[in-house]
Ligand binder design. Structure first.
Ligand code: GDP
Ligand code: GDP
Length: 439
C-alpha cells in the first residue's frame, strides 16, 4: 500500500506546479495526450526507493453550497479523507488570506495530519515569508519553491515519514503478537526461576519438558493464565532445573541475553533474602539496553521479618534505581503469593511496549511539552521541534522531527521522555526518543 499525500490549498498557490514536480516522470508521458492532463488529479511519485501517490485537489471553496465549487469541495473532502498526509499550501508572496483560515478550520476538523507549506519562497528569508502564517496555529511552516524545487525533497521525505508512521506495521503481525506474550524469566542462579515456572505452568508440565535429550538452547513453552496466552522463552539452563535433574549448568550470560532478546516482556527475579549483587545489576543492565518491557519480582518474600524487608527495599532503591520505569512486586514463588498481580503487570507492560501512538497524538503531546518548557538555545539557535511519529515498538520509539535538534541536551530529552511516558501511561517499558533534524 503506497502512502497517499493530498495537496490542498486555494487556487493559484502552486498545487499543480508541485504536483507536476512530484510526478514528473509520468508527466512527460501524458503531456502529449491532450484532454488527459487537465483532469489528472492522481499521480505517482517516488522518493528514492519510496513510492507514493499524490492527489491534487484543484481549487477549494469549502463554503460553497452548490455548483462547480461545491463539487470541487466535495472531491477535496474525499481526497483529504483518503490521504495519509495533507500538504496544505499557502502563497508566500501573497501572504495570508481569509480563505486560508477557512481551509485551516476545515482541515483541523478532518483530523488528518497536516503539513503547512509556504510556497513561492525562492530567494526569500524564512522569517519574512512565514511570518504571516503563524496565525493559523499550525506551528512552524515548511518552506518550498515548487517552481524551483527548493525544499521539495525534504518536504516529501517528512510527509512519507508521517504517512508511514500512521499505518499499522506490516512486520509486527499484531494478531499473533496480541495473543501470545513472549515472556522471559531471568535472574541469577537460585533466585527461584524454576520454582516460579513450576508455579506458573504446574509441576507436570515442567517435568515433561525436563525429558533428557531436549537440550536445545531455547525452547518456547506456551501456557495460559487467567485467559491470557503466554509463551515462555525458556533457556536450557532453567528448564533442566526441575525435579529430574540437579543444577548442571552454570548461569549463562549468552542464554540470558538470548531469552531477553526473544521476549516481549522480561520478568527479572531477585532474591529478597540476599542483597542485590553485581550479577543482578548486570542482568538489569542488559534488560535496559535491550529495550524490552520489564517487570521485577522480588522473590522469597515469605517469612522475612520487617527489618529485612526494609533493608532489601533500600538496597534495591540504591542499586537498581535505573529500573524506575518498571513495576516491582514482592512475591513468593514457593507459596504462589503475589503471582496474579505480578502477571497483571506483565500484561500491562506488554500493552505499553506494543502501544500504537498516533502521529497526531504524539505531535500534540510534543507541542504540550514545548509549551511547558522550551529547549535551551544553543548559541543563537533554538532547536525547533515540529512533529513526532512512532518509529518502533517494544520498545516504543518516538521520532521527533525538526531543525537544529542536535542542540537538544540529555536533560531535555529526559524531560520529553517523562512527558510522553505520562501522557500515554507507558509503565513497564523503556521509551526511546530519536531526534531527526531536517536541513
Ligand atoms: P494551483 O493550480 O492553484 O495549485 O497553482 P499553480 O500550480 O497553477 O500555480 C499558480 C501560479 O503560481 C502559476 O503561475 C505558477 O507558475 C506560480 N508558481 C507556482 N509555484 C511557484 C513558485 O514556487 N514560485 C513562484 N514564484 N511561482 C510559482
Ligand atoms: P533458580 O536457580 O533461579 O531456578 O532457583 P530455584 O527455583 O531452583 O530455587 C532455588 C531455591 O530457592 C530452592 O531451594 C527453592 O525452593 C527456593 N525458593 C524458590 N522460591 C522461593 C520462595 O518464594 N520462597 C522461599 N522461601 N524459597 C524459595
Amino acid at each position: 500500500m503506497k502512502p497517499v499525500i493530498a495537496l490542498v490549498g486555494r487556487p493559484n498557490v502552486g498545487k499543480s506546479t508541485l504536483f507536476n514536480r512530484l510526478t514528473r516522470s509520468r508527466d512527460a508521458l501524458v503531456a502529449d495526450l491532450p484532454g488527459l492532463t487537465r483532469d489528472r488529479h492522481y499521480g505517482e511519485g517516488r522518493l528514492g526507493e519510496r513510492p507514493f501517490l499524490v492527489i491534487d485537489t484543484g481549487g477549494f471553496e469549502p463554503v460553497a453550497k452548490e455548483g462547480i465549487m461545491h463539487e470541487m469541495a466535495k472531491q477535496t473532502k474525499q481526497a483529504v479523507a483518503e490521504a495519509d498526509v495533507v500538504i496544505f499550501i499557502v502563497d508566500g508572496r501573497q501572504g495570508m488570506t481569509p480563505h486560508d483560515k477557512t481551509i485551516t478550520d476545515f482541515l483541523r476538523k478532518s483530523g488528518r495530519q497536516v503539513m503547512l507549506v509556504v510556497n513561492k519562497a525562492e530567494g526569500m528569508k524564512y522569517t519574512s515569508v512565514t511570518a504571516d502564517f503563524y496565525e493559523l496555529g499550525m506551528g512552524d511552516p515548511y518552506v518550498i519553491s515548487a517552481a524551483h524545487g527548493d525544499g521539495v525533497a525534504d518536504l516529501v521525505e517528512e510527509a512519507l515519514d508521517i504517512a508511514f508512521a500512521q499505518r499499522p506495521s506490516e512486520e509486527e503481525e499484531p494478531e499473533v503478537a496480541g495473543k501470545h506474550i513472549k515472556l522471559a524469566i531471568v535472574g541469577r542462579p537460585n533466585v527461584g526461576k524454576s520454582t516460579l515456572i513450576n508455579t506458573l505452568l504446574g509441576e507436570e508440565r515442567v517435568i515433561a519438558f525436563d525429558m533428557p535429550g531436549t537440550t536445545r538452547d531455547s525452547i518456547e513453552i506456551p501456557f495460559e493464565r487467567d485467559g491470557r496466552h503466554y509463551t515462555l522463552i525458556d533457556t536450557a539452563g532453567i528448564r533442566r532445573r526441575g525435579k529430574v535433574f540437579e543444577a548442571i549448568e552454570k548461569f549463562s550470560v549468552v542464554k540470558t541475553l538470548q531469552s531477553i532478546s526473544e521476549a516481549n516482556v522480561v520478568l527479572l527475579l531477585l532474591d529478597a533474602q540476599q542483597d542485590i549483587s553485581e550479577q543482578d545489576a548486570h542482568i538489569a543492565g542488559f534488560i535496559l539496553e535491550s529495550g524490552r518491557a520489564l517487570v521485577v519480582g522480588v522473590n522469597k518474600w515469605d517469612g522475612l521479618d520487617r527489618d529485612r524487608r526494609e533493608a532489601i527495599k533500600m538496597d534495591i532503591e540504591r542499586k537498581l534505581n535505573f529500573l524506575s520505569f518498571a513495576k516491582f512486586h514482592f512475591v513468593s514463588a514457593l507459596q504462589a503469593s503475589g503471582i496474579g498481580p505480578m502477571m497483571k503487570s506483565v500484561n500491562a507492560a506488554y500493552a505499553a511496549a506494543m502501544a500504537n501512538l498516533s502521529t497526531p497524538k504524539l505531535t500534540r503531546a510534543l507541542i504540550e511539552a514545548v509549551e511547558h518548557q522550551q529547549p535551551r538555545r544553543k548559541g543563537s539557535i533554538r532547536p525547533k521541534m515540529r512533529y513526532a511519529h512512532q518509529g518502533g515498538m517494544n520498545p516504543p520509539v518516538v521520532v521527533i522531527h525538526g531543525n537544529a535538534l542536535e542542540g537538544i541536551d540529555a536533560n531535555y530529552k529526559r524531560f520529553l521522555e517523562k512527558h510522553f511516558r505520562e501522557t500515554f501511561s507507558l509503565v513497564g517499558t523503556p521509551l526511546r526518543i530519536e531526534l531527526r533534524s531536517g536541513k
